[in-house]
Ligand binder design. Structure first.
Ligand SMILES: Cc1cc2nc3c(=O)[nH]c(=O)nc-3n(C[C@H](O)[C@H](O)[C@H](O)COP(=O)(O)OP(=O)(O)OC[C@H]3O[C@@H](n4cnc5c(N)ncnc54)[C@H](O)[C@@H]3O)c2cc1C
Length: 433
């Protein structure tokens, strides 16, 4: 395990570091009275990083500098899966940070997970997507799985550098999860048989296990909340066919494939959560991972800002660096506003989750907003680079291609707005009564 895990182990056992509490952005009751009214106490938010948080961020940032940035271009060009980066990240304790200590992970708060996701994405969102997908596949198990499933599959993630996939989307349906057709049928008291197809599954060709959402209620009119069931399926189970690697516009080293399940026999004990409750189980992962996509989007936007700023200071036009022109300065200012405000949005989503509060609304706001900031920043970074921005030997065209998927996977921009509006209207209705 990582040196960091070892370093903080004594603090944990002494109870000085709680595994579940947020390590940053914690709510603090300031005992100090307000300057303006000595009867009022101000309840503030603390942006200070804990020592553990700082150490992880420094480790991640060094890892990005030494291991990701120098290799990201190669993986983008070849589309090879970044196994060497993944193995090294695993050996340093930078993978699967969401896994609690009893299953071998560091059990970091969601806020800390997000700060580290931002760092990794600064180096390459393609590599970052491979990392985040383990959390996407692992969180239904963490939140709804039996102790046996947690020990086996979360323990596996932390003990070996393996990958996992989250399989919900199908060729015929993505946003409309209720339309999925992959079926699981009970074959006897101990087993289920899965038949169907999944599409656009990240890590599918590299994963050792899959979280698979299936329809288990034969009634086509069954309510969404009663129609589906989630299972963990081992990759080597007979009947699974892994499709070819899809050629994508960006995040090209991320492994995206279709999967076919033909009479795949899965033990009942691999059911995640109760039978029929799979929709809730599968969707619960998004409260955890949409903020992570938002954090990745901030990492990409920050990289755009840095690359564009460096270039603007070097590149001269009409006798002076283009950074001297207000048109360019405004682009950099807009990018900076985006990075800072989108980070606040994902931190709030993470903070709510770490406090045990429902964060669905904030997770969608953060994902929707940060993904759009990443795309705007990438467009502007290309513009700042001029012709060089369109060329593959410069860094920003990759950022431009990589940014787009952030507005599509884990729920499109439109779906986030549907969630935001629904949650808001629900809230307004409660006020009206
Ligand atoms: C690279 C990549 C990796 C992915 N990884 C995974 C993964 O690991 N696991 C997984 O399960 N899935 C994964 N996906 C699938 C992804 O989540 C879906 O592509 C996404 O949810 C959209 O679904 P769809 O492609 O079927 O589009 P559709 O649902 O067909 O939507 C098409 C368009 O219509 C819009 N739309 C749909 N419904 C509405 C509505 N009610 N109101 C307004 N607009 C609407 C959408 O926003 C979109 O713009 C991945 C996809 C890609 C491309």
């Amino acid at each position: 395990m990582s040196s960091l895990l070892t370093k903080f182990a004594p603090l944990r056992s002494s109870g000085l570091l709680s595994l579940s509490r947020p390590l940053l952005f914690t709510s603090k009751l300031h005992a100090q009275a307000s300057k303006f009214d000595d009867k009022r106490e101000s309840q503030g938010l603390c942006f200070e990083h804990s020592e553990e948080s700082k150490s992880y961020i420094e480790l991640a940032s060094k890892f990005v500098r030494d291991e990701i940035i120098p290799k990201a271009g190669h993986y983008d060009k070849t589309g090879e899966y970044p196994w060497d980066v993944i193995k090294k990240a695993h050996s340093l304790g930078l993978l699967n940070l969401f896994v609690p200590a009893q299953y071998g992970g560091p059990g970091l708060s969601l806020v800390d997970n997000l700060l580290i996701s931002e760092e990794i994405a600064y180096g390459c969102t393609g590599i970052g997507t491979a990392f985040i997908t383990n959390a996407l596949a692992g969180s239904p198990i963490l939140f709804h799985g039996s102790e046996m499933l947690k020990n086996k599959y979360l323990g596996w993630l932390t003990s070996e550098p393996i990958m996992a996939s989250y399989c919900v989307t199908e060729p015929g349906t993505g946003s409309d999860v209720s339309g999925l057709k992959t079926k699981a049928v009970k074959v006897d008291e101990k087993n289920w048989a899965i038949n169907g197809q999944k599409m656009w599954i990240t890590n599918a060709g590299m994963a050792s296990f899959y979280f698979v959402l299936t329809r288990t209620n034969p009634d086509p009119n069954a309510k969404q909340s009663e129609a589906f069931t989630g299972f963990v399926v081992d990759r080597n189970t007979p009947g699974i066919t892994v499709g070819r690697k899809e050629e994508n516009m960006g995040q090209r080293c991320s492994d995206t494939r279709g999967l076919t399940f033909e009479n795949v026999i899965v033990p009942s004990e691999n059911m995640v959560g109760p039978e029929g409750k799979g929709f809730i189980v599968a969707m619960s992962a998004f409260d955890f991972t949409r903020p992570a996509v938002a954090a990745a989007a901030v990492g990409l936007a920050r990289r755009c800002l840095d690359e564009a700023s460096k270039y603007a200071l070097e590149r001269k036009a009409f006798g002076q660096p283009i950074a001297n022109y207000q048109a360019i300065q405004f682009k950099l200012a807009e990018m900076m506003i985006g990075v800072e405000t989108a980070r606040l949005a994902y931190l709030k989503a993470g903070w709510l989750h770490d406090r045990g509060e429902k964060n669905t609304l904030m997770a969608s706001i953060a994902k929707c907003y940060a993904a759009s900031i990443a795309n705007r920043s990438a467009t502007e970074a290309v513009q700042v680079f001029g012709g060089a921005g369109f060329n593959c030997d410069y860094p920003v065209e990759k950022l431009y291609r990589d940014a787009k998927i952030l507005q599509i996977y884990e729920g499109t921009e439109e779906i986030q707005k549907i969630v935001i509006a629904r949650e808001h209207i629900k809230h307004m209705k409660t006020l009206a009564h």
